[in-house]
Write a protein that binds this ligand. Structure first.
Ligand code: GLA
Length: 729
C-alpha cells in the first residue's frame, strides 16, 4: 500500500520506493503539509513544527487566542486566499457577492487503486507499475468552493503526481482567477533553483541560482510552453551535485501559458506553486461545474542524475504512448535546411534516392509543399498540395519515395493561418484577433482560434483527410508563432479569459482523436524548434524537434539543459550542413554525428551537394547509429560535465540497463593550447566487471568509475570522440 490514512492522528502517509510524503488534518480541519523527501519512517512527522508568535501574521478566528497559529507560517497542501496567508497562493477567485476569500478545510477523502486521469488533459498513466490515488476534498462553506486535491503515487517510479479540481458548490457564479495544480512547501533548508530558460534557437539553458528572499516567477504568457521558460523546475539543496543531495523536480504537463512562483519567505521557508498562468486567466465556474488543473509530476531524488533518470523513465514509460513509444525511431532526412521553400518533386526524389543508398529510413517533406507557399507570406490554412512543385501530386511523390524503400513524412502547421489564404478569406473570424485592433503579426501569420468547435472540426477533417488519402507515416506538427491578441469571436466578452486554456483543451482533444485514428503514424512535435517541448506534448508526440538551432556546439548546451527533464528518445536531433545556417560555425561531420546521435537522429541538409567522402562517412554514421540505437534510446543517461563549470568540453555517457554496454561522448567546444588533460570519471558501470575500452585495452568498471579515463590531446576544430565500453567479463 503506497497510501495510508491513520485515522487516530488524521494523517496521510504516501510512500514510494525511496520517498515519503506526509500531511495531516489539524484540529481546525486545515490540511498541513508535513514532509516530502527521502524515506523518513512512518511515524507522525508533525513533531518538527513548532509555532512561534509572529507579529503581523494573524490568526484564524477560532484560533484567535493562540497567537502562534497562523496560516501565514503554516506549510499547506493547497492554500486558502484572502484570509491571512500573505504568501503566494494556489488559488484566487471572486464570488458573485464580490468577496475574494476562501479558507479551505477538510471535508472527506478517498483512496483508490490505480492512477486517476484528468478529463480532457494529458496525465501520467499507470503502465506496468502499480499506482494508487488519494483524493482529499477541502471545502470553504462561505464561498461554496470545493477543492479536490489528487495525488497519484507511483511507487516503483518514485514519482508523485498532483493536480487539483476546483468545484463551484454553491448556487451563484464563481470567477476563478488562479487555479494552480500544486503547492509544494519546503519549510526547512537552503535551496537552489535550477530552471531552463532560453529563446528561439537557444532553448532550455540550465541556470542554477540560490533562492533569495522574495518571489521568483518562471512563466510563459506566449500561448505556448515556450522557448523562454520550460515548465519544469528543480529545487535542490544548496550542496547538491549530480551524484548526491536532495533534489525536487516539478514538471507541469501542459503546453499553454504556465506560471511557477517560488517564494522564499520571511521565515526562510519555501513555497512553490505551479500551474496554468493566472495572467489574463479568468474562468467562469457556474454552479456545479468544475475546473481541472493540469498535472504536475513531482519527484524527490538524491542528486540531479537520479532526478533526471526518474523523469526519463516516467516520460518514456508513463507519458509517451503508441506504436513508437519504445520502439526505435526511423533515421530521417528532412529537406528544410536543404531547400527551404524552394522544393520540387525532382529535387526531393533526387535527395530521397541518395538517402536510400545511405540507409536513411524516412524522408520528410517540410514546409513549402502546399498551394501558394512560395515563402512564409501565404498558404497556411489551405492544405492542398502545390501542383507546380508536385506535378504528379503528393501521391506521385510518395510513391517514388516509397519505391526507393523509404517511409514518407509530411510537415504541417495546422494551428496557423496566413491572411493570404482561402481559409482566412472565408473565415476571418476563425483567427485570434482582438476587436477594433490590428493584430500583431508574427512570421506573417495568425493563429486559428482552436477554442471554436468549427476550427477544431476543420482541422480534424483536413489532417485526417491527408492521412486517409496519402501514405503518410510521419507528421511533423509545427507551431510557429506565439499567441497574442487572444480573443475568440465566438466567446462572450466575460469569458475571454478562458480562451487560451480552451484552445489547449481543444488541441489535446484533436491530438487524441488523430493519434487514436492513425496509430501507426509517428508524430513529431515542433514549435519553431523546441518552443513547446513539454510533457503535455510528449503524451501525443513521442519526439519533439528540440531546436531550430542545428549547430552541433550550440546543440550541446540545448541538449544538456533538455536532459535534466526529458529523455533522449524525445529529442529530435539532426546533422546539418556547414557553415551552419544559424551560427555560421564549421564543425566536423563526425562531431555533428556524435551530437545528433544523442537524439532521435537524422539529417537536414542537401544530400545532393555532399562529396563522396562525406556520403561515405554518413553511411558509416548511420550503420553505427543503428547499432547504438538500443543503447542510446534505452540506456541511462549521465551528464559528465557541467556547462557552468567546464568551459572547454561537454561530455555525457549512456549505459545499457544491464550495464554491458556504454558509450562515452565528448566534444571539445573550445580547444585550449597547452591545456591540462581532459580527465573523466565514468558512471553507472558494474564496478566488478571488466570492460573493453574502444577495443584498445581492458579495464575494470571500478577503475573507469573511480580512477577515470584521460583523453589524448583533442585539438582542431571542435573535435569529438566516442568511446565504446563493452563488458567482456
Ligand atoms: C519551424 C521549424 C523548422 C521548419 C520551419 C518551416 O521553424 O522549427 O524546422 O519546419 O518551421 O517553416
Amino acid at each position: 500500500m503506497s497510501i495510508r490514512y491513520i485515522e487516530k492522528i488524521k494523517q496521510f502517509v504516501l510512500e514510494t520506493r525511496s520517498t515519503s510524503y506526509q500531511m495531516k488534518i489539524d484540529e481546525l480541519g486545515y490540511l498541513h503539509h508535513l514532509y516530502y523527501g527521502p524515506k523518513a519512517g512512518r511515524r507522525d512527522l508533525s513533531y518538527q513544527y513548532r509555532t512561534y508568535d509572529h507579529g503581523f501574521s494573524g490568526n484564524p478566528y477560532d484560533m484567535r487566542h493562540d497567537r502562534a497559529f497562523s496560516l501565514d507560517s503554516t506549510p499547506q497542501e493547497y492554500t486558502s486566499f484572502g484570509v491571512g496567508d500573505f504568501r503566494v497562493t494556489s488559488i484566487r477567485a471572486s464570488c458573485s457577492d464580490g468577496s475574494r476569500c476562501a479558507e479551505f478545510r477538510y471535508e472527506s477523502h478517498e483512496i483508490h487503486d490505480g492512477k486517476y486521469a484528468i478529463p480532457g488533459l494529458p496525465s501520467v498513466y499507470e503502465g506496468d507499475d502499480s499506482a494508487q490515488t488519494l483524493i482529499v476534498t477541502l471545502l470553504d462553506t462561505a464561498a461554496n468552493i470545493r477543492v479536490r486535491l489528487y495525488y497519484g503515487v507511483l511507487d516503483e517510479l518514485d514519482v508523485i503526481t498532483r493536480t487539483a479540481e476546483i468545484i463551484n458548490a454553491g448556487s451563484e457564479i464563481v470567477w476563478l482567477r488562479k487555479a494552480c495544480s500544486v503547492c509544494l512547501e519546503l519549510p526547512f533548508g537552503k535551496w537552489d533553483m535550477i530552471h531552463f530558460h532560453g529563446r528561439h534557437c537557444m532553448e532550455r539553458q540550465a541556470e542554477r541560482v540560490p533562492l533569495f528572499h522574495g518571489i521568483h516567477t518562471l512563466s510563459s504568457g506566449r500561448g505556448m510552453s515556450s522557448h523562454q521558460h520550460n515548465p519544469f523546475v528543480i529545487l535542490c539543496d544548496h550542496t547538491a551535485t549530480e551524484d548526491s543531495g536532495i533534489c525536487y523536480g516539478m514538471m507541469l504537463m501542459y503546453s499553454g501559458n504556465h506560471k511557477t512562483e517560488i517564494e522564499l519567505d520571511q521565515f526562510d521557508s519555501v513555497r512553490a506553486v505551479m500551474g496554468v498562468s493566472d495572467d489574463r486567466f479568468r474562468w467562469e465556474l457556474s454552479p456545479g461545474t468544475s475546473f481541472h488543473a493540469p498535472e504536475v509530476i513531482l519527484t524527490c531524488a538524491d542528486g540531479l542524475t537520479q532526478l533526471s533518470h526518474r523523469y526519463h523513465r516516467v516520460i518514456r514509460y508513463n507519458v509517451c504512448r503508441g506504436k513508437y513509444q519504445l520502439s526505435e525511431r526511423p533515421v530521417l532526412v528532412n529537406n528544410w535546411e536543404a531547400t527551404y521553400f524552394d522544393l520540387n518533386e525532382n529535387k526531393l526524389v533526387e535527395m530521397a534516392g541518395i538517402a536510400a543508398e545511405l540507409g536513411i529510413e524516412l524522408f520528410v517533406m517540410d514546409d513549402g509543399w502546399f498551394k501558394n507557399r512560395k515563402d512564409d507570406n501565404a498558404g497556411l490554412g489551405d492544405w492542398i498540395p502545390d501542383s507546380e512543385k508536385l506535378p504528379n501530386g503528393l501521391d506521385g511523390l510518395i510513391a517514388k519515395v516509397n519505391d526507393l524503400g523509404l517511409k514518407f513524412g509530411l510537415w504541417i502547421e495546422p494551428e496557423m493561418v496566413n491572411e493570404d489564404s482561402d481559409l482566412y478569406r472565408a473565415h476571418p473570424d476563425w483567427a485570434l484577433t482582438a476587436p477594433n485592433r490590428l493584430p500583431m503579426m508574427s512570421r506573417n501569420q495568425l493563429a486559428l482560434d482552436l477554442s471554436r468547435e468549427e476550427v477544431h472540426e476543420y482541422l480534424y477533417t483536413v489532417i485526417s483527410g491527408l492521412l486517409n488519402k496519402y501514405h503518410i507515416e510521419y507528421i511533423k506538427w509545427d507551431f510557429n508563432r506565439s499567441l497574442s491578441d487572444v480573443y475568440s469571436h465566438s466567446t462572450p466578452s466575460a469569458r475571454q479569459g478562458e480562451v487560451t486554456h480552451r484552445y489547449y483543451l481543444s488541441l489535446y482533444r484533436l491530438y487524441e482523436r488523430l493519434t487514436s485514428a492513425f496509430p501507426d503514424v509517428l508524430f513529431e512535435g515542433c514549435a519553431g524548434g523546441g518552443g513547446r517541448f513539454d510533457a503535455g506534448m510528449l503524451y501525443y508526440n513521442p519526439q519533439i524537434w528540440c531546436s531550430d538551432n542545428t549547430d552541433a556546439i550550440a546543440r550541446l548546451f540545448i541538449q544538456y539543459g533538455t536532459s535534466f527533464g526529458y529523455p533522449v528518445s524525445a529529442v529530435g536531433a539532426h546533422v546539418s550542413a556547414v557553415p551552419n545556417h544559424q551560427t555560421g560555425r564549421v564543425t566536423p561531420l563526425s562531431t555533428r554525428g556524435t551530437v545528433a546521435m544523442s537524439g532521435t537522429f537524422g539529417y537536414e541538409l542537401d544530400l545532393t551537394k555532399l562529396s563522396g567522402d562525406e556520403l561515405a562517412e554518413i553511411k558509416e554514421q548511420i550503420v553505427r547509429f543503428k547499432e547504438l540505437q538500443p543503447l542510446i534510446q534505452n540506456g541511462q543517461y549521465y551528464r559528465l560535465s557541467n556547462s557552468a563549470d567546464h568551459s572547454h568540453y561537454v561530455a555525457w555517457q549512456f549505459v545499457s540497463p544491464d550495464k554491458y554496454r556504454s558509450l562515452l561522448n565528448i566534444v571539445v567546444t573550445n580547444p585550449l593550447a597547452n591545456s591540462a588533460p581532459i580527465h573523466i570519471r565514468l558512471k553507472g558501470l558494474d564496478s566488478e566487471a571488466v570492460y573493453s575500452v574502444n577495443g584498445e585495452f581492458e579495464c575494470d568498471g571500478a577503475a573507469l568509475m573511480n580512477a577515470g579515463y584521460t583523453f589524448e590531446q583533442l585539438t582542431g576544430d571542435y573535435p569529438s570522440r566516442q568511446l565504446d565500453i563493452i563488458r567482456i567479463r
